[in-house]
Design a protein around this ligand. Structure first.
Ligand code: GAP
Length: 445
């Protein structure tokens, strides 16, 4: 994992937030390549969940919501972790932290950091939502919460979307947006952070058909993930046992990936029954039931939710693409060397191609610039004239760039360039006039 974190920084995928001030705990910033990779993943999700389906509408709800939303959703009462504090060193732990010896709150309870006995408090419930105040006065009446999931923005807009889009149940609402959780044990890079992005879809169905739709969405979501190019053997399902189920869930499955730190969830598919709309109906006093005109019956729709983390999915894509390989030196020296390469699916790669003049003379930089300027209008490409050609290839391997285009001595004679494939290292000559078509075909093929 350290190797991936260091590559992510070196190549501009992910930086620690506020790094020059020593960093902010478990908050990360996406650099020039990271923002492109994450955007490509989010766009792919949006395309498959919204544009390609006539029964799903998009939404972008605000992060700040009426405080009653979080009472109705159960987050004020139930979104908590039991925590203990050490009165001596002031550290805070989850009550079930395996490093704690003895019983917190009792004389034998021992702090895992300072080692003192009897200094741990008895467990207290700690809410994971970030609290803030709306308006100038910091009083109880002004408390609002940073949303810990995007789903609630969908439920409270269910009626608005239903009426304005003229959809009929079954139909869904999808949204991508930031969520915030004051996690007690964050970590593993962007896996568990305090500020993150979710890609969530809530599908509203007739009660009784929820089981069938649940299975349907499990299948669709797994297909989407496999389509990102993730290795099958690194993916598995985990069904929640009775004690793991969230307060709203009737049934839930996680899709897990084998990260370098073990198998962990990055997406959940939940059968939420009628919990959400019933609760919002009760707390808001607004009728949220649905009139089925074909049978003239009314019901509160059940919800099947697909909930993915954009950051965790990006981490899955990065972990799965990371390889170290022994390859031939590409500067013409007869030896093998180790290369680090991100074998990203070309459609996800931040840069689609890099353009190099072989040497910085004989008119090569001028031609290379012209080709780069032309490609730049259609694809995200990069220009590099620094260092040996082999070094430039290695830098693009680490960035996951699928193609490197080199302008050499032959280019001015026959207007062809070499195109080097990231995975096979093979080079072919392509007419510069046909370069755009060639790359487009390769990138979508
Ligand atoms: N609306 C349901 C819900 O939020 P969840 O299992 O708590 O369910 C869904 O979260 C997804 O959101 C997770 O699978 C994960 O990908 C992402 N996620 C949750 N907490 C996160 C955190 N602290 N850091 C990064 N991603 C997180």
């Amino acid at each position: 994992m350290e190797k991936l974190v260091s590559l992510a920084k070196r190549r501009g995928f992910v930086f620690q937030s506020s790094e020059i001030y020593g960093g902010l705990g478990s908050v990360w910033d996406y650099g020039p390549l990271g923002v492109e990779l994450k955007k490509n993943i989010k766009e792919r999700w949006w395309r498959s969940m919204v544009h390609e389906r006539e029964d799903i509408e998009g939404l972008d709800a605000a992060i700040l919501m009426h405080p009653r939303v979080w009472e109705a959703s159960g987050h004020v009462a139930g979104f908590t972790d039991p925590l203990v504090d050490c009165k001596h060193c002031k550290n805070r732990f989850r009550a079930d932290d395996p490093k704690i010896k003895g019983t917190p709150g009792q004389p034998d309870g021992q702090c895992p950091v300072c080692g003192m006995k009897g200094t741990l408090t008895a467990p207290r419930q700690f809410n994971l939502m970030f609290k803030t105040f709306m308006g100038p006065v910091e009083e109880d009446a002004a408390v609002i919460w940073m949303r810990p999931e995007t789903a609630q923005g969908i439920y409270v807009n269910y009626l608005n979307v239903l009426q304005s889009s003229r959809q009929k149940v079954p139909f869904g609402i999808a949204q991508i947006g930031k969520a915030f959780r004051n996690e007690i044990t964050p970590g593993n890079f962007v896996f568990r952070t305090r500020e993150f992005e979710q890609m969530e879809m809530q599908f509203f169905v007739k009660p009784g058909s929820d089981g069938e739709w649940f299975e349907f969405w499990r299948g669709e979501r797994m297909k989407w993930i496999q389509d990102l190019g993730i290795r099958q053997e690194k993916l598995r399902w985990h069904q929640h046992g009775k004690t793991e189920l969230a307060h709203y869930a009737k049934d839930a499955y996680d899709i897990e990936y084998e990260f370098p730190f073990g198998w962990n969830e990055f997406e959940g598919i939940h059968n939420r029954g009628d919990f959400d709309l019933s609760r919002h109906q009760e707390y808001s006093g607004k009728k949220l039931d649905y009139l089925d005109t074909s049978t003239n019956t009314r019901f509160v729709p059940n919800v099947v939710e697909t909930s993915a983390g954009a950051d965790r999915t990006t981490l899955v894509v990065l972990c799965d693409a990371y390889r170290e390989e022994a390859v031939k030196n590409e500067d013409g020296v007869d030896k093998e060397e180790l290369r680090v390469v991100l074998k990203l699916k070309p459609e996800l790669a931040p840069l689609k191609a890099a353009v190099f003049p072989l040497v910085n003379k004989d008119g090569m930089p001028d031609i290379a610039r012209r080709i780069y300027d032309d490609l730049r209008k259609r694809l995200n490409v990069f220009y590099d004239d620094g260092g040996s050609i082999g070094r430039r290839y290695r830098r693009q391997d680490e960035a996951g760039t699928p193609f490197c285009i080199t302008i050499d001595g032959q280019t001015s004679q026959d207007q062809t360039v070499t195109v080097r494939d990231r995975d096979t290292l093979k080079q072919i000559r392509v007419a510069s006039a046909k370069l755009v078509d060639y790359l487009k075909e390769q990138l979508t093929g």
